[in-house]
Design a protein around this ligand. Structure first.
Ligand code: ATP
Ligand code: MG
Length: 175
């Protein structure tokens, strides 16, 4: 099964991201990510056998993350596949720390594939014809995250759909 670890936006941020995707599509074309699929990928695991998926789910459920706030304030573009995304203009060290910590755990479980670079972003459009420009709305939003999810990506006739399989434990209370 095809798996990845991600942060999933809370409902208010999901709605706002959906509005941004609509505005961006009017200008850039392409295909919108369905609102219920919007996410930030922290680790792409690729095809994994079922036993592995279960081991990852068990590990994740025993683990709790340091909650954080991701400030979203920038449009971005990956030219070759025509991806339009939103992210943070400033470095986001807490997200980088979280990504590293997750990969440390995954490697202990025997999973390889840690990327050389991590560029946190939320894909809004695929196959966009034009990059985002200055006529798109300014972005100023914050996303408070508390949990990481293990998600299965399933190919359907409507494109890939995501199925949550497991998630981290709630954050520990601050002393
Ligand atoms: P589709 O590939 O059918 O267009 P999708 O990209 O949404 O749909 P997946 O390819 O299963 O679905 O990807 C799930 C998540 O993992 C997405 O956030 C995707 O950007 C990311 N991802 C996919 N392949 C890789 C890869 N080789 N390296 C890093 N991240 C990846
Ligand atoms: Mg893909």
């Amino acid at each position: 099964m095809r798996l990845f670890l991600a942060l999933v936006p809370p409902p208010a941020q999901r709605r706002r991201l959906g509005e941004l995707a609509e505005r961006a599509q009017a200008r850039c074309g392409g295909r919108r990510m369905p609102d219920d699929s919007l996410h930030l990928t922290l680790a792409f695991l690729g095809e994994q056998p079922l036993e592995r998926a279960e081991a990852i789910g068990d590990w994740l459920a025993r683990f709790s993350i340091l909650p954080g706030r991701w400030r979203l304030d920038a449009w971005g573009h990956f030219r070759r596949p025509g991806i339009v995304w939103v992210g943070g203009a400033e470095g986001q060290p807490a997200l980088g720390d979280l990504q590293r910590q997750l990969w440390d755990g995954l490697e202990e479980l025997g999973i390889s594939g840690r990327p050389e670079r991590f560029a946190p972003h939320i894909t809004l459009l695929r196959h966009a014809r034009r990059p985002p420009g200055p006529e798109l709305p300014r972005i100023a939003m914050a996303w408070d995250y508390t949990r990481v999810e293990l998600i299965q990506s399933v190919v359907t006739q409507q494109g890939s759909r995501y199925r949550p399989l497991a998630r981290t434990a709630p954050p520990e209370e601050m002393p």
